[in-house]
Design a protein around this ligand. Structure first.
Ligand code: SF4
Length: 93
């Protein structure tokens, strides 16, 4: 059996994106005061991207693992599960 790369595995997931209610939102005023920005390194889906000193984020593609919620020390993000029927559907393990 062929061993899949992380990108190939992520490509098998299916997302139903809730365009009306993001399940993760950032407070940029708090995020801008965070020196380490651990979310950038910790998110397995690579959804937090450092642009200069600011973090840009898109909740589309979120694996709902909760890692960012745990590593965010200044609590600049609000994290909830997506509304019912929205979010990720794992199709490979
Ligand atoms: Fe990334 Fe997991 Fe946070 Fe989703 S819950 S944004 S996949 S770290």
């Amino acid at each position: 059996m062929k061993r899949l790369s992380i990108e190939e595995r992520l490509g098998t997931d299916k997302f139903l994106v809730d365009d009306e209610l993001p399940h993760i939102t950032l407070d940029k005023n708090i995020c801008n005061t965070c020196a380490d920005k651990p979310c950038v390194k910790a998110c397995p889906a690579g959804l937090y991207v450092l642009q200069g000193n600011e973090v840009s984020f898109d909740y589309v593609g979120c694996l709902e693992c909760g890692t960012c919620r745990v590593v965010c020390i200044p609590k600049g993000l609000k994290w909830e599960y997506p509304r019912s029927t929205f979010g990720i559907e794992y199709r490979f393990g």
